[in-house]
Design a protein around this ligand. Structure first.
Ligand code: HEC
Length: 202
């Protein structure tokens, strides 16, 4: 008799344990009190849930606190030196980004004859006119960062590092479109002089 009564109590205990297991955790961990962005909070004296950055906070983006990297401006105005290292890879990245973000208006060669312009958008100046040949790399960074006349800012669309890559590429583009044979390294020049139109040696 005793044994037959103990069976249901074991089942009961197991059932209870299962019920606790399923409901016991509740959803308290998943649904904790929290504040959404911009939400007010009576917890802080200023009534705002958003907390201001601590004084002296340093950006973790590349460039740290270097203002030149983010503005293109040095103590003497727009900089003519890249604040990051120039490399072939940087120029290739710049070319890729330029072709994506700028070529539809400024054209692949920077003449200002991109497809959008051919369809009626105001034509920007050619990057190969003297004023823009003389413009510093910082000028190009600044035009992208702040916008220029009818051209909107690219600050929210293109990261600072890529804006520098594009600026460096535009300077290289200017060089390429205005280069003479004398600007070429000797072996390349020899290949062009001796070879066919592709520079292939006979
Ligand atoms: C939608 C077309 C359009 C796109 C895309 C565009 N631009 Fe422009 N850009 C213009 C126009 C138009 C002007 C001239 C604006 C004016 O004078 O009001 C201009 C002006 C400029 C200038 C100043 C030129 C000067 O006369 O001093 C620079 C530098 C420049 N753009 C660089 C860029 C770069 C780099 C990109 C790509 C990140 C870019 N633009 C993308 C249309 C465009």
């Amino acid at each position: 008799m005793k044994a037959s009564r103990s069976v249901p109590s074991v089942v009961l205990a197991a059932g209870l344990a299962l019920a606790l297991l399923v409901s016991g955790c509740g959803r308290n961990m998943a649904e904790q009190p929290r504040l959404g962005a911009q939400q007010a909070s009576p917890f802080f004296a200023d009534g705002s849930g958003n907390r201001p950055l601590l004084e002296g906070t340093v950006s973790r983006e590349r460039g740290g606190i270097d203002p030149v990297f983010f503005t293109g401006m040095g103590p003497d105005g727009l900089v003519s030196q890249l604040p990051i290292e120039l490399s072939y890879e940087l120029l290739q990245r710049g070319q890729e980004r330029y072709d994506i973000f700028c070529s539809m208006c400024h054209g692949y060669t920077g003449e200002g004859d991109g497809m959008v312009v051919r369809r009626g958008f105001p034509r920007p100046a050619s990057f190969h006119e003297q004023r823009l040949l003389d413009a510093s790399v910082g000028y190009y960074f600044s035009a992208m960062t702040n916008g220029f006349g009818r051209m909107y800012s690219y600050a929210s669309r293109i990261a600072p590092e890529d804006r520098w890559a594009i600026a460096a590429y535009v300077k290289a583009l200017q060089l390429s479109q205005n280069a003479t044979l004398d600007d070429l390294p000797n072996e390349v020049r020899r290949a062009l002089e001796l070879g066919d139109s592709e520079g292939r040696l006979p």
